[in-house]
Design a protein around this ligand. Structure first.
Ligand SMILES: Nc1nc2c(c(=O)[nH]1)N[C@H]1C(S)=C(S)[C@@H](COP(=O)(O)O)O[C@H]1N2
Ligand SMILES: [Mo]
Length: 202
């Protein structure tokens, strides 16, 4: 508990509520990647929607960029304990990707795949209904490569490792399938407000 006037800086009234437990606020934008930033060429870039092993839709960069775009402002929470408020993203919502593909969510689980062989699982319900997007812009500018450009998944209400950088596919899976960090001890769901950091956290 912070007692105003005795400890630390007074925080704006909504900060405490918006800051997930165990997190601190940062104003910069740290870069966190398991490996080096992959070189992604826009000429050969593709994004594929799959149902199990079967590709059901595929876009090249020009095709992807004429899909409807949505801008959102959200707080993000990294499991390494930094949170950043009011980040502004633009991209194509998963709803609009499914709509363009003419696909009605066939399973309850999805797995995102990336150019650096990273993957991460997210329930379908956490990606549709305006909750998830494939973002191409951050703060009004094209997403830089360190932060996952040209395109990354963005699922801001879950820990940031779920927001796969350099994304190149979204796959519907029959069962909830662990991705890169989930296979290495991180939580299958990752709700920052329930502090679901590691396997076994409630
Ligand atoms: N493809 C890919 N996506 C990734 C990662 C990665 O190593 N590869 N790291 C994850 C982790 S652990 C975090 S915290 C965020 C960091 O995003 P940032 O570098 O834009 O802050 O990306 C996530 N997405
Ligand atoms: Mo992270």
């Amino acid at each position: 508990m912070v007692t105003r006037g005795f400890t630390g800086r007074p925080q704006p009234p909504d900060t405490a509520k918006r800051l997930a437990p165990g997190q601190h606020l940062t104003s910069d934008f740290p870069v966190l990647s398991a490996g080096p930033t992959p070189r992604v060429n826009l000429e050969t870039w593709t994004f594929t929607l799959k149902v199990g092993p079967k590709p059901v839709a595929k876009w090249n960069w020009a095709e992807f960029n004429v899909l409807p775009q949505t801008e959102i402002k959200r707080d993000i929470h990294c499991v390494t304990t930094w949170s950043k408020f009011d980040t502004v993203w633009r991209g194509v919502t998963v709803d609009d990707i499914l709509e363009a593909a003419g696909v009605d969510a066939p399973t309850q689980f999805m797995l995102a795949h990336s150019f650096d062989d990273y993957s991460t699982n997210v329930p379908t319900a956490d990606l549709i209904g305006g909750k998830g997007m494939v973002a191409t812009h951050f703060g009004g500018k094209p997403l830089t490569s360190d932060h996952g450009g040209p395109a990354r998944l963005l699922v801001p209400h879950l820990y940031f490792w779920k927001s796969a950088k350099w994304v190149n596919a979204l796959q519907f899976t029959e069962t909830d399938t662990a991705g890169f960090w989930e296979l290495r001890g991180y939580h299958m769901y990752g709700d920052p407000f329930r502090e679901q950091r590691y396997t076994g956290d409630p």
